[in-house]
Ligand binder design. Structure first.
Ligand SMILES: [Fe+2]
Length: 396
C-alpha cells in the first residue's frame, strides 16, 4: 500500500512536470515530397554537413541515397552512418558520435523507424553532453542542448519524431534504457508518405498497432489532459480507418500519409500523458524474446485493457461514443475492445505468441511491474500474480 502511494506520488509529480515544462514540437513538413522542403530548410538555417543516421535496409533499397541526393541538391554535404540496428545499443551510438566528429558534421539527419530516430537523438545528445550514455538515461539528464537534429520517419508507429524519449539498449545487460528529456525533441521533421510505399505489410501492421497502443494508453492514462485526449482520439480515428488499407495496399500514398499523421498525433499524446502497462509488457517481451515492439504491444493491449476495467470504463466508453463504434445501442467500453479485435482480424494480427515460456513468467512479471510502477501513471495497479496470469493469456 505504501509503495503504491509512493508510485502515485512519483507519477503525479510527472504530471505536474509535464504541465509546467515546455514541450517543444518539431517544425513539421508533411505530404509527399516534403523531404525536399526539409532539406531546403536545413540548408536555409546555414548547416553545411549532415550525418545521415540510418540503417542498411534503407541504404539497400535506395531511400538513403534518395535523401542524400535531395540534401546535396541544396548544397548540403552528407556523410552516411548506416550502422543502426533494431533496438540500437550504446556501441552504435558511440560509433555514430565518432563518425559525427571525424567528418566534422554540424547537424544530424535521422532517417528510419524508431531505432534510427532514437539513435540520432542520443548521438545528438552525446555531441554536447560529454558523459556516458548511462549517465544520460533517466529523467531530464540531458543538461546541454543537443546537436541540431532533423528526422524523417520511414514507419508510422513510433512517434519518435515528436517525443521527448529515446530508447537505447545496454549491450551488457540487454536492458532498454530510456532517455527522457524535452531537449531530445528534433528541430524539424518531414512526414513524407512516398518513402513508406515499399514498407512490408507485416511491419506496417506491427508499427500501426504500436501507434494505436500509444494513443489508447495515453487516453486512459491518469496523466491525460483534454489536449492529449484530443490527439489520442485523432490518432485512433485515423488508425481504425486507414491501417487495414495500408496493410492491404502499401502503395496507397494517401492512406500512408494518414497513418504518418496518426503516428505523429499519438506521439503528441503520449509524450505528455505517458504510457502504461502495455508498454512495460512490450519492452520486456521484446528484450527477452526479441519480439518486435508493435507486435508485443498488440499481444498485451487487450488483456491489459480488460484487466484495467472498470477503472477505465468511462474513458473507453467515451472513445466508443466519439468513434461511433456502438451502432444503434448505448456506447460501451466493450464496443471499443470489439473494434480493436476487428482491426486485428482485418490486418491479420496474431493476438498471442508461442515464444512466451511459462518458466519465464515470474521473472518477467518482476521486470514488467518495476518498469510500469516507476514510470507510468497506470489507471489500476497490478500485482505479481495478476501479471503472470496476463502473461499466460498472451501465450499460445
Ligand atoms: Fe511504442
Amino acid at each position: 500500500m505504501l509503495k503504491r502511494l509512493l508510485y502515485r506520488g512519483y507519477t503525479n509529480g510527472l504530471k505536474i512536470a509535464a504541465y509546467m515544462l515546455p514541450f517543444p514540437k518539431p517544425t513539421l513538413f508533411s505530404g509527399p515530397g516534403s523531404i525536399n522542403d526539409l532539406c531546403e530548410a536545413i540548408a536555409g538555417l546555414g548547416f553545411k554537413r549532415l550525418l545521415l543516421v540510418t540503417d542498411e535496409g534503407l541504404v539497400r533499397i535506395g531511400i538513403a541515397e534518395q535523401v542524400k541526393e535531395n540534401a546535396q541538391a541544396f548544397g548540403l554535404d552528407v556523410c552516411v552512418f548506416s550502422e543502426v540496428k533494431p533496438d540500437p545499443t550504446y556501441d552504435q551510438v558511440e560509433n555514430g558520435l565518432a563518425a559525427y566528429l571525424d567528418w566534422e558534421c554540424d547537424a544530424i539527419l535521422a532517417l528510419g523507424g524508431g531505432s534510427a530516430m532514437d539513435c540520432g537523438k542520443v548521438i545528438a545528445a552525446k555531441v554536447t553532453n560529454k558523459r556516458a550514455i548511462k549517465k544520460l538515461a533517466g529523467l531530464f539528464r540531458v543538461w546541454r542542448t543537443p546537436a541540431p537534429l532533423f528526422v524523417i520517419p520511414t514507419t508510422s508507429g513510433t512517434g519518435s519524431e515528436v517525443t521527448i524519449v529515446a530508447v537505447v539498449s545496454d549491450p551488457d545487460t540487454h536492458l532498454k534504457t530510456p532517455l527522457i528529456d524535452p531537449k531530445l525533441v528534433p528541430l524539424m521533421a518531414a512526414l513524407d508518405a512516398k518513402l513508406l510505399i515499399g514498407l512490408p505489410a507485416k511491419i506496417t501492421a506491427d508499427t500501426g498497432i504500436d501507434a494505436l497502443t500509444h494513443a489508447v494508453e495515453a487516453y486512459v492514462s491518469r496523466n491525460a489532459t483534454q489536449e492529449t485526449r484530443a490527439y489520442s482520439l485523432a490518432a485512433i480515428k485515423l488508425i481504425f480507418q486507414y491501417l487495414p488499407q495500408v496493410v492491404e495496399q502499401g502503395s496507397d500514398v494517401e492512406a500512408r500519409h494518414k497513418m504518418l499523421m496518426a503516428s505523429y498525433y499519438a506521439g503528441l499524446a503520449f509524450t505528455k500523458a505517458s504510457l502504461g502497462y502495455v508498454h512495460a509488457f512490450a519492452h520486456n517481451l521484446g528484450a527477452k524474446y526479441g519480439l518486435p515492439h508493435g507486435m508485443a504491444n498488440g499481444i498485451a493491449l487487450l488483456p491489459v485493457l480488460r484487466f484495467s476495467l472498470p477503472e477505465i470504463e468511462p474513458q473507453l466508453k467515451a472513445l466508443s461514443e466519439a468513434l461511433s463504434v456502438h451502432g444503434e445501442s448505448e456506447p460501451s467500453a466493450q464496443d471499443l475492445l470489439n473494434r480493436i479485435e476487428a482491426l486485428y482480424q482485418a490486418i491479420g494480427f496474431e493476438k498471442t505468441s508461442d515464444v512466451i515460456q511459462s518458466a519465464d513468467t515470474e521473472e518477467l512479471a518482476t521486470l514488467i511491474l518495476k518498469e510500469a510502477h516507476w514510470n507510468y501513471p497506470v489507471p489500476k495497479f497490478m500485482d505479481g500474480l495478476e501479471c503472470t496470469q496476463l502473461l499466460a493469456e498472451m501465450r499460445s
